[in-house]
Design a protein around this ligand. Structure first.
Ligand code: AMP
Ligand code: ZN
Length: 111
């Protein structure tokens, strides 16, 4: 059975899409931890960052993050990008994704 983010990327389950590119879909996180909390989800399935050897996609994450940050005005006061990786990294959905968080001062501590 396919994973939840594959289904979101294929629009088989609904989500609030903020931006789409050829390779990445950006949606609102269902359980936001900051006023702006977006998820950058690649259309291709990689379980974690460690399985992804696609350099073009890895570069895309950052260019799409900047594009969507500007779109939601998160470029004005700043934002945080996070890729939780595997068990101790706090990953809960095993389809590679990047969080973009903004809209409040984020803790200086990283965990
Ligand atoms: P992570 O802990 O890095 O694997 O993050 C997974 C994120 O996906 C969490 O912040 C969840 O709130 C979010 N999430 C899980 N299911 C959905 C969904 N159906 N739509 C939007 N966000 C989701
Ligand atoms: Zn998937």
């Amino acid at each position: 059975m396919e994973c939840v983010f594959c289904k979101i990327a294929k629009k088989e389950i609904p989500s609030k899409v903020v931006l789409e590119t050829e390779r990445i879909v950006v949606i609102e996180d269902i359980s936001p931890q900051s006023p702006t909390h977006l998820l950058l989800i690649p259309r291709d399935h990689y379980p974690t960052l460690l399985e992804c050897d696609d350099r073009e996609l890895l570069a895309d994450f950052f260019t799409v993050a900047m594009e969507v940050a500007r779109k939601v005005n998160a470029d004005e006061r700043g934002f945080r990008l996070v890729v939780n990786t595997d068990e101790e990294g706090g990953q809960t959905v095993f389809h590679l994704h990047m969080h973009l968080m903004a809209g409040r001062p984020l803790s200086g501590r990283m965990g």
